[in-house]
Design a protein around this ligand. Sequence first.
Ligand code: IPT
Length: 979
Amino acid sequence: MAWRHKLLPYYADFAPGTRRRRPRAAFTSDAGRLDLSGTWLFRLSDTATGAPLNFLGPEPPGEGFTELPVPSHWVLHGHGTPRYTNTAYPFPIDPPHVPDANPTGDHRLDFELPADWRRAGSVLRFEGVDSCFRVWLNGRELGTSKGSRLPAEFAAGPALHPGRNVLAVRVHRWSSGSYLEDQDMWWLPGIFREVSLLERPAGGVADFFVHAGYDHATGRGTLHVDADAPAHVHVPELGIEGLPVGEETSIGGVEPWSAELPRLYDGLLEAPGERIPLRIGFRTVAITDGLLTANGRPLLLRGVNRHEHDCDRGRALDLATMREDVLQMKRHNINAVRTAHYPPHPAFLDLCDELGLWVVDECDIETHGFILADWRGNPADDPRWEPMFLDRMRRMVERDKNHPSVVIWSLGNESHHGSNFAALGDWTRTRDPDRPLHYERDRSYRHSDFYSLMYAPVPEVERIGRREEVVPPETADDPELEARRRSLPFLLIEYAHAMGNGPGSLAAYRRAFEAHPRCQGGFVWEWIDHGFRRRTADGREYFGYGGDFGDQPHGGTFCIDGLLFPDRAPSPGLAELKKAYEPVTLTADPAAREVHIANRHDLRDLAHLRFTWTLEDAGTALGSGELKAPDVPARGEAVAELPELPVPARAAGEVWLTVRAVLAADEPWAPAGHEVAWTQARVRARTARTKPAAFSGRPRRTDHDVLMEDAAFDARTGVLRRLGPLELDGPRLDIWRAPTDNDRGMGPNSAAKDWHRAGLDRMETRTVAVRATGARVLVETHTGPAGTDRALRAHWKWTATGSALRLALRVVPEGPWDGLCLPRLGVRLTLPAAYDAVRWYGLGPGEAYPDSREAARVGLFTATVAELQTPYVVPQENGHRAELRWAELTGADAPCGLRIEGEPHFGLTARRWTSADLDAARHPTDLVERDALYVNLDHAQHGLGSASCGPGPLAEHRLTPAESTFTLVFRTLPSGGAP
Ligand code: IPT
């Protein structure tokens, strides 16, 4: 007998599905809709065919079923495990086949059909099933489908019974479709979006396409609606009554739709058998003279990449969560979203229409894992996969075509290139000529209307802005193609990898975008950390990532790279992004009594904003008021006059002016008073004290100590041991920080690797000399790692008066440091654990680093030690407060308060664990409080950058070793308790 290959089963063949209905627009109407969400029966088996088909109905199902909510992912309900991979396929690359081990979930729902239901023509609709399924109604097979993040519909009428019905769905975790779904995210099988039964009345409309344009030259809108059945359009507010489908009308005085002013008109599509509410946004998107425009104006996209993620429910998001995402985006000055890397739940696009975001709608196609096979067999270039590629594009475009917010179609992500993208491009251009296309990975940009890159460093973006970029090899030999590429607008479709502490350089990117019209913005990677809520054995909550579920192979922490923590708490990176994305740039010049206002909106004036000012002396309010706001058109500039500021003759400290732009009235996305933009200007520097305190204490030596006024130093090491009633250790020279994800950069871009190699995490100190001379204690130390002659020599000069102690520290690098940078440069103090609170004057309230400090403002702040920590999902350097003029540490049981003053500034972190503890911890719950408080006082920190995927800090934010001097004054305060 000859061996014969089995025919490919439906879950491993090249067909996108069987017996599905034609893709069409998503809409609701007055026809019946039965939501089948709820509690279903569920059984998991290990293989695609291991379990009998004994659950199809109408008789009760066989053994082994338990309850499962639908929509859901079964792996988040105790059946199997979620698995996270970045690029690697979680199964052998053996297309289109999948392994025998193919977790398969049988789902079953008994439901009652409403008595008045019109069965004929009924449609069963699935909004999203991961990754492949087969469906039966009352034992009768309706069909199969693949394409996880796209709808599938089946004719249900003939199988539907009056009264009780049994719906059965067999879902396979792996399928040929999985080869097109290798996005960097969790593999989460299941019926994760709604299932519904739809009435399709005779005389209804199955599909329609709203074309609503806006001519900015005339202010007229045009409207025509195509439909697959006779119907009429009504838009009462515009006087449109009974416009037949297929006919165009032109309307004067229309208010256009934009992300900035998302004006929607309620309409109705009326067919003899069905009434469909419409929400129409008039807008025209075009690429004109090499620029993406909406309603005639070039756009600057201040975007983020958004995956669908919820720390308990995975991609089964509820409406409230989707709304929260859009609100958070709007409140953080984000104006665009790329639906990375698949079409989102359709309700998300409704919210984008309603609240206003420019959307790049991306198809559910990514074959990234073929890179690990040098792209051999990549489906993108194999005609057998063309139907599956096209099917996905069609289902996306048809579903989402009526959303004004969708302005760009993206063909997919990270799939290299090939003929199937040509097919997608051609089909889409024909079906919807009114929206530009995007695809980043094909560097010829044949099938993209944008020149698009990921993670380009700022200098490269600037070069692109000046049109001086290096020509990609893909177009170098084809003048026509190269001319086309050069004519395209530029998008940074992913940038600023927001993994852990970071990203840095957001302000620099903004400047590059604003300086060069060709650079039309970018999308930060990414919106939210994909972490899952878990608990330790003793009940403490943390967020799990790749590998925490025993999943193998896994992509580790690489899914924790968002601007929101997994529970949607905003990260410091999001605060920084809000500042970088301000749609209004304010610059105050108190001397000239002017505030310069640059309106960065593309289409909206500033009538919706109020401008206020406040004046503070050392953090205490001196006065406040409102500015008379001039008219500032979109992209225009103006000057507002400042009143005479109430600056006192003798100020207590620095005097700062803060000018804020806030919402004048409630917007649908934020209440009146919400701050949109702000700036600060120093009106007066710290008034110099009449006479600097005379640091004139005279040191004396005892057996073990050197004493000077209130201070005691160790006679052997010169380390400070006591200040008044306070017993402490340090300051000691300290340059280590627990590497951030961005310090642990990719490949050669890893500062942390360099630091470890250079031994910067294991510096040892030798005391060279301790001298008590005149009115000073002088200490010299040599600090370096084993095995090298690379060192930092430190000269500590201590002077004192009463309870104040002044340190002037000079640090001189010695030996070979070439090319190396330092994690930080500062000193470490170890204080008794009783210290609990910090009050400071400097930048706050949040953490700040050299290239991520725009969100912090000068002021007076207080925080507990616990509040100073940023609980990054993966522990790493965090919580640094920058440019402190002074800080006071207190605690109810502390022997005294401790005040530290900078001359002029210092940075501060205070933690109950060491940098090494922080480095060693895998989750915040691994951090155990020690019986001490570790306070780092920093002269400088290395920048953050975003090298976890992209460039490191810009040259000006690298901490290069160089001779440096910094000064700190320590004073005890009378009481330990907080003031
Ligand atoms: C890029 C991917 O498109 C995105 O999905 C994500 O994996 C990101 O990287 C890193 O978090 S691809 C990369 C090769 C630039």
